[in-house]
Design a protein around this ligand. Sequence first.
Ligand code: 6PG
Length: 226
Amino acid sequence: MVRWQWFDSDADVRQAATRYIAAAAREAIAARGAFHLVLAGGGTPRAVYQTLPALSTDWTKWHLYFGDERMLPAEHADRNSKMAHDAWLAQAPIPPHQIHPMPTELGLNAAAAAYADLLRGVGEFDLVLLGLGEDGHTASLFPGHDLGAGEDSPDVLQVRDAPKPPLARLSLSAQRLSRTRQVLFLVTGAGKREPVARWKNGEAIPAAAINCDNGVDVLLDAAAWT
Ligand code: 6PG
């Protein structure tokens, strides 16, 4: 089930996303003493991350994972982990051992094995944040590629021929991204109109392979919706 929530502007989407993340953290920390959050790459998520240092929360209870990562040196400007660090994490006192970047600087095989090991000790996520690509991709699950949607799918997929550079990436599978209490897509800009229309029409774009028992929330601005 997909719940579409649209807003006049991208600034309104950012505000709503910040409130959503804050509420999910509050509930998870109150109920279970920890908040397990999966981060997305991309411009829309980055703008949301920039709002998060101002949250009033117990940062020591946050545990962060990544939905995908590009195979690049650890400090490369195009790494999703670097983007999250610069936009948010450098300013929030989350214990460093609770931040789990995908170590793609080790190469895909080693990084996939390490991340799969890590995730074996992690149950259901509390919240998975995702972006939407113009071709309908999400995380690094691209059209025409294995989405890892089957029940036996591994948690971590290696991508060697992504249609968007860099070609080599790691991605959580659709199956693992769906093992969560909540899913939130952040979608802004006219470039997203086409994948949104295809998704609404019931087409099997990669983003549509993510689901969880509570359904999926999609926050969009007017440009992406109309
Ligand atoms: C990546 C991202 C990717 C992103 C979408 C949307 O590493 O490339 O994880 O899935 O979220 O492409 O990105 P924008 O918000 O920049 O359009």
